[in-house]
Design a protein around this ligand. Sequence first.
Ligand SMILES: [Zn+2]
Length: 294
Amino acid sequence: MLRRLIKRRWLVVLLGAATTLVVVLGMLWRSAIKRNRSVPDEPFRIAGNLYYVGPTGVTAFLLTGPEGHVLIDGGYPETAPLIMASIAKLGFDIKDVKVLLNSEPHPDHGGGLTVLQQASGAQLWASDASADSLASGGDDPDGVLPLRALIWIGVLGYPPPRVDHRFKDGDTIRVGPIALTAHVTGGHTRGCTSWSFSVRDGDRMLNVVSACDLGVLATSRYPEQGADRERSIRVLRGLPADIWVTCHARWWGRYRKFVASTTAKNPVDPFIDPEGYRAFIDAAEAELRQGRVH
Ligand SMILES: [Zn+2]
């Protein structure tokens, strides 16, 4: 009897220690994220009515139009004020942002949407799977339990935005002359969404693809993930892309292209990179074949 009691007490102590460790690691991780990925950056025009308004790490893109603007991704909760400052610096008004879009609902891209929605009054559109995750403040139902627990207790999650509309794969979202086609390219998360649209540069029209993350996290797995990734790679390969971007700035060479654009004869030209787009997809396919996860 006594031995069983002692055993139980040890179990409680161990469980308590493990929980504390998970919480402390979560908090350290969160503050590292805050330090490293929310450094403000100069906003700039990529091409036509497409602007970069994100910080140095996680991206945000503004598409402007006469009847209102579209903003893709909100970064972390603490990124949102930086995005708003960038929009103002370019001479645009956050209140003219009518539509908010999201690539995927993890805290690095969905976290700032609530603040941005409150400041703009914009309507948030999301794919079915992303909508549920966004509306729960970043809970990924395919996430591992310790991560989900950190979201439930408020260490990793974010204040949930209001999802106003759900779209299906292939739907087009419009604000005046702006039209973006949604491609549900699952794999990183089930509802991961890529966007295709066109921008005008002088007398040429350029095809733009905002590709969702194609990598897989060890902390977020689901049974149909392999099939989803195969399909996503096929879908993205089929999209014409003169300009391409994705949700982490380094992956599409934001800084390198921006620096090149400051001295280029036509500042748009350094952003034209169909080879880089193909290389991004090739790398994702190689990861899939090798079974690599992050
Ligand atoms: Zn993610």
